[in-house]
Design a protein around this ligand. Structure first.
Ligand code: SF4
Length: 311
């Protein structure tokens, strides 16, 4: 197989067939921590880096016998959204093999482009990275192609979060001494809150990165950072599962509900499943926010939808 790899048992996705849409190593970033080594083609140019028809043929051959799989994942050794045919490949999978989930792991830098956001709409899960929000940390850690900035990336992720209806999971890679200052972490956390993802996954190096001096964060530091990201639903990749006993203050729940309904009108049930907070607590919060005039409600077939009250 030229464009497919695995299936591999992914730490976070289950049994996953990988699709690599760009030659190694084509990327809009050259991250210090990249486990695929240094980027050889640093670019933000969208192009048909490998023939889309050949990728579809390989998928057809591999998936036709109905192999046991949880998910087909766009990842590999570069940035998949640089490929101009990613939307066509997603649509092919969705229509031809609807039994498999589709995930896209992306560095998020191309989401400011409407064509890229549209291309990903039919995926079940999109996992953009958000490792830095200030330009200085972004440049030092991710060494982007000219034209790629933190501002543009954050804007793209937020825009996508408002339009996308699938599972949005934001990944934050922690590099000690690079992006783990309290100020930078707080900026990242605020953008995550605004995006209202289903969850945030904190990741760290677990094999050699692109640069020798880059270190991995220890368990204790990851646990501290995880606590800092509350009230978001945050976990450490490869770490203990989500803490079922996580506690929220009333203020935390207010913020989470407001962040979620500002992205899209939601029912009580939508909020319970998106936020993983008990029905009773969400209901109390909705009633309080509605009484304060911050939310309005409209009854539809699927139930009562809450949304942010327009000023
Ligand atoms: S975005 Fe991903 S593939 Fe590109 S350099 Fe960073 S870690 Fe490597």
């Amino acid at each position: 197989m030229k464009y497919l790899f695995g299936p591999v048992n992914s730490r976070r996705l289950g049994l996953s067939l990988g699709i690599d849409l760009v030659p190694s190593k084509t990327c809009s970033l050259n991250c210090l921590y990249c486990e695929c080594g240094c980027t050889t083609l640093l670019t933000d140019r969208i192009d048909e880096y490998v023939p889309t028809a050949d990728v579809l043929r390989e998928l057809e051959d591999f998936l036709s016998p109905g192999p046991k799989l949880d998910v087909v994942t766009f990842s590999g050794s570069g940035e998949p959204t640089l490929h101009s045919g990613i939307g066509a490949v997603i649509s092919f999978l969705r229509d031809r093999f609807p039994q498999y989930r589709i995930a896209v792991l992306t560095n998020g830098t191309m989401l400011w482009k409407e064509e890229v956001r549209k291309a990903l709409m039919r995926a079940d899960m999109v996992v953009p990275s958000l490792d830095a929000v200030s330009e200085e940390v972004f440049a030092r850690m991710l060494r982007p192609a000219p034209g790629i900035t933190a501002e543009r990336t954050v804007h793209g992720i937020l825009r996508f979060s408002r339009e996308y209806r699938g599972s949005l999971v934001i990944e934050v890679f922690i590099l000690p001494g690079v992006n783990d200052s309290p100020a930078e972490l707080e900026k990242i956390r605020r953008v995550c809150l605004e995006a209202g993802p289903q969850s945030v996954q904190l990741n760290r190096l677990d094999r050699p990165g692109a640069e020798d001096w880059v270190e991995s964060a220890g368990d204790e530091r990851m646990a501290e950072i995880r606590a800092l990201f509350r009230p978001l639903n945050v976990s450490v990749v490869g770490g203990p599962p989500e803490d079922a006993s996580r506690t929220f203050t009333a203020r935390d729940i207010d913020d989470l509900v407001i962040a979620t309904v500002s992205r899209r009108p939601s029912t009580l049930e939508d909020l319970v499943s998106a936020l993983g907070i008990s029905r009773g607590e969400i209901l109390r919060t909705l009633e309080k926010l509605a009484a304060e005039g911050r939310l309005s409600a409209v009854d539809m077939d699927r139930g009562r939808f809450y949304r942010l009250k327009q000023e």
